[in-house]
Design a binder for this molecule. Sequence first.
Ligand code: BGC
Length: 720
Amino acid sequence: MVGKTRNIDDLVGRMTLAEKLGQLTMTSASYAVTGPVIAGDSTESIRNGNLGNLLNLVGAQHVHEMQRIAVEESRLGIPLLMGFDVIHGHRTIFPVPLAEAATFDPQIWELTAREAARETAADGLALTFAPMLDVSRDLRWGRTVEGPGEDPWLAVEIARAKVRGFQGADLSSPESVAATAKHFCAYGPVTGGRDYASVDISERTLREVHLPGFAAAVRAGVAAIMPAFTELGGIPLTMHKPLLRDYLRGELGFDGVIVSDYNAIRELIYHGVAGDIVDAAVLALKAGVDIDMMAEAYRNGLPVALERGLVTREEIDECVWRVLRLKERLGLFDDPYGRGSRAEPAETIAARRRIAREVAVKSLVLAKNSTGVLPLIEGARRVCVLGPLADAWREMRGPWAAAGYEQPSVTVLAGLRDALTGTSVVHADGVPIAAADVSGIGAAVELVTSDTDVVILCLGEAAEMSGEAASRAHPELPGEQRAFTDAVLERARREHVPVVAVLFCGRPLIVPWLMERADAVLIAWFPGTEAGNAIADVMTGRVSPSGRTPITWPRGLGQVPLFYSQRSSGRPENPQDHFTSKYLDSPSSPLLPFGFGLTYGRFVYANLAVSPDTVTAEGAVEVTVDVANEGARVAEETVFLFIRDRVASVARPTLELKGTAKIVLDPGTTGKVRFTLPAAELRFLGLDFEPVLEPGEIEIRVGPCADPAQLMSARLTLQA
Ligand code: BGC
């Protein structure tokens, strides 16, 4: 317990066992319950000093009332730590995390976390259970929506930016909240993409793909970490000593708080590693879990465990000390009512909404625009806005919209009506999102008349079809949307009306047929409060689309898991050779590669250069490329820098992302994009899992996405 402060030592010394266990317990105020409610009367426990932490309470007044009971009525007056899931905004809802990842913009990642922190703190809260850093390569897994997508580089960059944004420069500021990196770790590769199922992956995948985001969060000073619900090779993360104690606390030096997931300590019994609640509590405590969220395992199990000599008082005190230290760092002892003491001015809230619009614009991914139907022609006479997601404001927020303002988010219909003044904008849902009801198809299709300029067809998932416990075995358009789309496409073809499909989804959907047949496809994910305005901004050409998919879109579910950074086979695909790595019934290539996204510009790459072209371990090189906008509009290009290490002691992926850069170019202009690539970035985990830098040739690959055919190549020599 290095660095203990005197006050906390004194306090711990004066606490009864019940008071200590209270500090190690978090119960729900049942505002937004995500599991079974187990808590009894929390208010009384707070007054008795037997409960130190709450989740799911919002509103400064309620929060302060509970805080007042803790501070003014409990024996020791220890302030409460109150937390909430602020996954993509608190009151103002930003695009879902997967959509935000699509911006490939660290400034945006930090900014939205900062704004969300300010809103959360204005509600009196001091802790959030975000960022979620679980890499996902299986689109069946509903929680793909909450995370950074498929790539560890993204997880690392997002981790850094989010921790900075939530915690700010000073954790005790009334505008900062403690961040929780979750769910530690390797939650994404659940078997069959089924939430909460087993995980069994190699140590290499664990270390190369699933740990880097968390290591980056710890290095950025994240205050808390939440272990995943799942088990990894038979060891539930909630009791995973090698990962929690040895790796996280030992190797990474994490000295913050580990808070269990909802009821996860009790679930050790169902995992089959604990016989009863006493066992479960012992296992979690020994692994270093400080706070028991919702299982009542510590309060009920640890007194018995202590009596039986299964845990020591010191082990309990160590956790209590860490919880109190976090409360101190948050400034809660000095000013328990600091957060939430001032309502935010209306201008701050309005400015935040403008940010929500800009971020939503940047998260939209234009997947197809074959006939140049977008941006919409100026002076359109008649636009049909069809589909079950055209006027569905609740869905626009996406899953886990926290305490999102109850006022409607802007729908596509509203956004387009607002933007297209003078145009007749007609609308019909056609079908419900998921129910088997085709009765509305006929009337909706009738709206597509020969004098219609364009059909905007809003399709996709309902918000709650992705997120926690929302895995899908058939991640396609749900309900009768396919039948409806077929009917609309058929009618539009006859009437010579172009169709723009807008897809709302928390994961890639399996829609190769739509990509083939619609004139344009805009992947909107769930854009949040300002959804319709952002979509209108892009459709009208006020802004050129710039989002890039942070996750590969497969052609069919049979290709899953499909991700760009695979290793080469000993028998690489060769259509002429039967015994090579391929499918008999599908191409192996994706529908949309990682990083794919069109814009209204047309970018051409030239003059890739690496300077110097030889580097030693301590050096760095500059990679430059010229990008020209040969289109007719101002547009932003995202440039990707990958490497390939062709010969190494451990087979390396055929592409590894090492950086991205943005450039905004006027039509007809060229700009130079620069990356600095330190040789240290070329390290990988060797045969013994220690980082190594092996001399030899490295291929530098630069371009607009992870499609090898679109990447330029240059060579770099790494010298011993
Ligand atoms: C989720 C966590 C969340 C917690 C508290 C759990 O069900 O897995 O991500 O932070 O609930 O709401």
